[in-house]
Design a binder for this molecule. Sequence first.
Ligand SMILES: [Zn+2]
Ligand SMILES: [Zn+2]
Length: 362
Amino acid sequence: MKAVAVFPKSREVRVLEDAPEPRLRSPTEVRVRTLEVGVCGTDKEITAFRYGTPPDGEDFLIVGHEALGEVVEVGKGVQGLEPGDLVVPRVRRPCPHEHCPACRHGYPDFCVTGDYTERGIQKAHGFCAQFFVEDVAYLHRVPSQLRAVAVLTEPLTVAEKALREVEHLRERLPWEEKPGRAVVLGAGPVGLLGAMVLLRAGYATTVYSRSPKPNEKAEAAESFGAPYISSKEVPVEELAKRVGAVDLVYEAAGASKAAFDVLRVLGPNGSFIFTGVPGRKEPLELDGAALLKQLVLKNQLVLGTVNAADVDFEAALEDLGRFQARWPGRVERLVTARHPPEEFQKVVSGKVGGIKHVITFG
Ligand SMILES: [Zn+2]
Ligand SMILES: [Zn+2]
């Protein structure tokens, strides 16, 4: 079958025509025909060989972790799925260690050992291939009306997990009846999907990102009702004046300087959620004492979050339905273009512009 793979030793990215087709190995497995695979910053890191590990004993890794597929075969022990169903797979699989409480309780996203595997990233082949096989426990059934947008499920789960945590944290402010003001830092797919989740949850949400208007990310944000402000035009101090006291920052830019700049204007009792892994190193000058004083005197929370659990995938699928109803046609437009697997390298090169690029298997 056709698959897109990286060969870390020889530093090659190749479209394989004859990758071995996966077969069912246990009664609870499902064979899936891949429809679409989203490409993101993690794929860029993997194809730049800064990240990504093939399965043990193999010299290549099939990439792709944001997938939508159609069930073609189910094992005898599979319930709740049948051929023709659309499915989205989760990414991370638990580590094998008995002493990892997170993995043993079904939350490998909180794994403490680091020995987890991740499909398309860490020691397990990904989904950027004509077929994949997955245990039913890691698949989520997708309603057919979400066919055009379900490839966005995985990037949306980042925001779903963050929101789930933020809602717990809000319990420390029992007098606050409604969510307050949120700033989303970054206007890539994770940022824009995060903005939609926050708007849906009731936050007055502003998107703060580099590129000056007009641009398609700004247009997308404003089409959902989130004002877009360019950091090139409006410095952070001015941002805080325009927005008012910021209760929540959802960082989705992976740029350390911009993140710590915005942290300085987080409001009293505010929370700052980091989701971006910085791609490049940049020198950072920080007034540590002022920052510590601010965090303490303003009761602020700083939280990092990665990956997502079962419940976050279910929440994401529910939200995609809500988004379609609330902003008809807008979610679809986050997908800038669809490409054949042969164009994977062109897409990760970053020269294609736009918001989300997707590989399709016809
Ligand atoms: Zn991704
Ligand atoms: Zn673990």
